[in-house]
Write a protein that binds this ligand. Sequence first.
Ligand code: FES
Length: 159
Amino acid sequence: MDASQRIAALEDVPADSTHLFRVTNGTGEQQEAILVASGAEEDGGCGSDDRDDRRLDGDDETPVSCWLNYCQHLTHIKIDKGSGAPMRDGELVCANHGAYFDAGSGQCTHGPCEGAYLSDLEVDVRDGNVYLTDDDYEFVGDGPLDDDGDMTSTSNVKI
Ligand code: FES
């Protein structure tokens, strides 16, 4: 496990919100990503290699999921606006128009993009730490991007 790709201690991933961090992709562009407790209790891998299986089988045995921090309704809108995304009953909530996303599968279960999936990143848990293991991304650091591309971040929804 590449120590430079350590995102956070597993115990620091909140159960009722999100852990925000930055990644860079192959072009050097930085993006925001979020870790979220998926509700499972076993340590193990997580990410796109098994997401399709989870869709089919409902297999959700990993303790954390990792998603790019952008809604699937309007993809420039951040779900975690810098202080943690709201969650309700194990689902991430986009405060802009009230889309709900299953924390384990990333699927929108209610709202204007119902049926769409958040973009996932592969992570793995080893020895109580969460590591980014996605070949397409590298860990940059904790917290949001310096610039704020989410110009419409004012909530329209009471949650
Ligand atoms: S931007 Fe997320 S629900 Fe509309």
